[in-house]
Write a protein that binds this ligand. Structure first.
Ligand SMILES: [Zn+2]
Length: 243
């Protein structure tokens, strides 16, 4: 008949076996994540998102420019009308004195100067807008190239992923199989430690923790001498198997 200590020892030996396949699964998942094509895809996706952002910014800029161009064109039309009207008025009703004539001419000249300034601004605005259009086309071409490359790699990666997933599922099944027979509480303890440090389980090594290499305290050494199957490392929190 097995006594308590033997049962515990058996549980932790099972847990040790479990850890072997669990670590194998972790390594494989890590390997899948570091697949070069997967990395390339992520890089291209990031680039595409970036380009989308650039395009959005350009579109907003162009919208603002278009509004400004329209407003400027309207204002120029209005000012041209006002200048023509002032000139016609000057012709029709010749001012009586020189002072009045000068005042009217100055006013017309001021209108013409404003029109010239607005026209220069409008021309610059149109040029900027064209530059933005060109930039937009360039970004679109770049994005399309990246998209094509993304699609090309995606086809390859999907195949790789499909093949890798088969092995991944096999490993997961293996891990689930190894978990059978292990007390739920012990397994939960293992998983809790794993969130902090991995692998969560180690063996004793020259009276030291095999995980962090810390010398075990006297109290733990006493427990080991009296037949404990395992001790917990005070330093790294790992389960230290004694045998
Ligand atoms: Zn340790």
């Amino acid at each position: 008949m097995m006594d308590e200590e033997d049962l515990i020892l058996e549980q932790y030996e099972l847990l040790w076996q479990y850890q072997q396949v669990d670590m194998e699964l972790d390594r494989y998942e890590k390997e899948m994540r570091s697949n070069p094509n997967r990395r390339e895809l992520l890089k291209h996706r990031e680039f595409l998102l970036e380009q989308q952002g650039v395009l959005k910014k350009i579109e907003t800029d162009v919208e603002i420019m278009c509004d400004r161009i329209e407003a400027l064109a309207d204002e120029i039309t209005r000012l041209n009308g006002a200048a023509a009207e002032a000139a016609a008025n000057f012709e029709a009703n010749r001012p009586e004195d020189l002072e009045e004539a000068r005042k009217q001419i100055a006013s017309i000249q001021k209108l013409i100067a404003t029109i010239s300034r607005y026209e220069a601004e409008l021309a610059k605005m149109r040029k900027d807008s064209e530059a933005r259009d060109r930039q937009q086309r360039e970004v679109r071409v770049r994005a399309a190239k990246a998209r094509a490359e993304f699609d090309r790699i995606k086809v390859i990666y999907d195949e790789e992923f499909k093949a890798a997933s088969v092995k991944l599922e096999e490993l997961k099944a293996k891990v689930a199989k190894e978990a059978k027979g292990i007390d739920a509480e012990i397994l939960e303890k293992y998983k809790t430690i794993k969130r902090q440090t991995t692998p969560p389980m180690t063996r004793i090594h020259d009276d030291r923790c095999g995980g962090c290499n810390m010398q075990l305290p006297a109290a733990d050494m006493n427990m080991i001498r009296t037949g404990a199957a395992y001790v917990m490392c005070e330093n790294c929190g790992r389960i230290i198997l004694v045998k």
